[in-house]
Design a binder for this molecule. Structure first.
Ligand SMILES: C[S@@+](CC[C@H](N)C(=O)[O-])C[C@H]1O[C@@H](n2cnc3c(N)ncnc32)[C@H](O)[C@@H]1O
Length: 213
């Protein structure tokens, strides 16, 4: 293959998670005990059997698996290895191996959307459009539980869990503005520390009336 100095961010992320899937998360979902508490902020707001979308579901544990205990879950992930594992580990959910920026769902398809540690792998200039689409895919008054950035940074770590990985995010305030501009009401947000930095966890509610984009 010819050397290509301009690497496509989506290829870096896809190939990265294909390679590091198991070192990032084992089949038991170990080292992810915070998920239960985060999802507990959302699940009491939903009815049993509600349709829920998990964007960047990874290998399905623990988040998709926890959600699938009560809801009809659709997981979407870019990485074929992650999706193959998710299908095995969470047989109760359905999974699509797709780039979320290219997927289409009917308007008002979901009661809730969960997007944990995924938006930050998508080039920043694509993120406002995805946030607007999430607002359309949710039924009016549906909920979004997402992690977004805290500080602005775009770049590549050449050795993250053993493979190159790409991130792109901006500061918390911009995400909150993008959400509000897309018709969401931000119910709360909080800082989630990780290493020397961290993320912003947000719970937002979609407009109770349809918003056009
Ligand atoms: C850090 S992992 C998080 C997995 C899971 N949400 C969790 O918190 O355990 C990020 C996941 O997002 C997926 N991802 C990144 N960009 C994506 C995109 N454009 N479309 C779909 N999935 C994507 C990656 O393949 C990876 O599995």
């Amino acid at each position: 293959m010819p050397d290509d100095p301009v690497r496509n961010p989506k290829d870096i992320v896809r190939e990265g998670y294909d390679r590091i899937s198991y070192s990032y998360r084992d089949d038991a979902g170990t080292a992810s005990d915070r998920y239960e508490e985060w999802l507990a902020q959302l699940t009491p707001l939903l009815e049993d059997g509600d349709p829920v979308l998990d964007i960047g579901c990874g290998c399905g544990v623990p988040a998709t698996k926890l959600l699938a205990q009560r809801f009809l879950v659709t997981g979407v992930d870019l990485s074929a290895v992650q999706v193959e594992r998710a299908r095995r580990l969470v047989p109760a959910a359905r999974f699509l191996c797709e780039d979320i920026t290219l997927v289409g769902f009917e308007e008002h398809s979901f009661s809730a959307i969960v997007c944990l540690f995924t938006l930050i792998h998508i080039p920043l200039d694509e993120q406002p459009a995805i946030i607007r689409k999430l607002g359309l895919w949710l039924r009016p008054g549906g909920y979004l539980l997402a992690t977004v950035g805290t500080k602005a940074w775009t770049g590549i770590d050449e050795n993250w869990h053993g493979a190159p990985m790409y991130w792109s995010h901006t500061e918390r305030q911009t995400y909150l503005r993008w959400l509000e501009e897309s018709g969401f009401k931000v119910l709360w947000d909080r800082f989630i520390p990780e290493g020397t930095g961290g993320h912003t966890l947000v719970l937002a509610r979609s407009a109770t009336e349809s918003v056009s984009i």
